[in-house]
Design a protein around this ligand. Structure first.
Ligand SMILES: [Fe+2]
Ligand SMILES: [Fe+2]
Length: 200
């Protein structure tokens, strides 16, 4: 079974040229996969809102100077203004794409894209699923590999970031379970040698 729904292929083709910065293309596809898994656990969430929103949520980074991107995110961001700015740009670009493709529920999708990083509460179940797919990406093998590479973080530093910055933002029960399971597995990995020494 392929990752993208047939009706999302055209949106992906439109989104791609905006996502070739900072691994946003890969981030978007992996977060889409996480969103599908969360949707399967949360039958009241609506894929026709969640999946277009996750596909188009980060288009606006393309309009932020690339040398400033890593200052807007990470453990101690200094350019939070750019986070608001990428959301506003994403809404403008996504509105154009959704309208041209005749996608329904445009305002609901755009309302989720607007504030996906800068609001912390669940404004609806659909909003919570998009937020958990986006932040939950950090608790995937792909997210860990990419983010550790950006900042040259050790495994312990990565666990600290996820524990302090990322997991507390997860909103749904399956999203929290994913995040906590991930951290628990990494912590166990760090302790493996304590239990595996011979002759001790
Ligand atoms: Fe974002
Ligand atoms: Fe994102």
């Amino acid at each position: 079974m392929s990752l993208l729904r047939p009706q999302d292929q055209a949106l992906w083709a439109e989104a791609r040229p905006f996502l070739d910065v900072r691994n946003n293309d890969e981030h978007t596809l992996v977060a889409y996969g996480v969103a599908k898994a969360l949707l399967a656990q949360l039958p009241e969430a609506e894929e026709d809102v969640v999946l277009p929103a996750i596909l188009l949520h980060d288009l606006g980074w393309k309009r932020i100077p690339p040398d400033l991107l890593l200052e807007a995110i990470g453990r101690n961001p200094t350019r939070r203004d750019l986070v608001f700015e990428h959301e506003r740009h994403s809404v403008v670009i996504a509105r154009d794409i959704l309208t041209r493709h005749g996608v329904g529920r445009v305002e609901e999708i755009l309302a989720i894209i607007d504030g996906h990083d800068t609001t912390y509460d669940a404004r609806s179940l659909n909003d919570a699923v998009v937020k958990d797919a986006d932040k939950g990406w950090r608790t995937t093998p792909h997210g860990m590999r990419i983010i550790r590479g950006w900042y040259d973080w050790s495994l312990a530093e990565y666990i600290d970031m996820v524990t302090v910055v990322s997991n507390p933002r997860l909103l749904t029960a399956p999203g929290k379970a994913m995040g906590e399971g991930f951290v628990a597995s990494l912590r166990a990995e760090l302790e493996l040698s304590n239990y595996m020494e011979t002759g001790a």
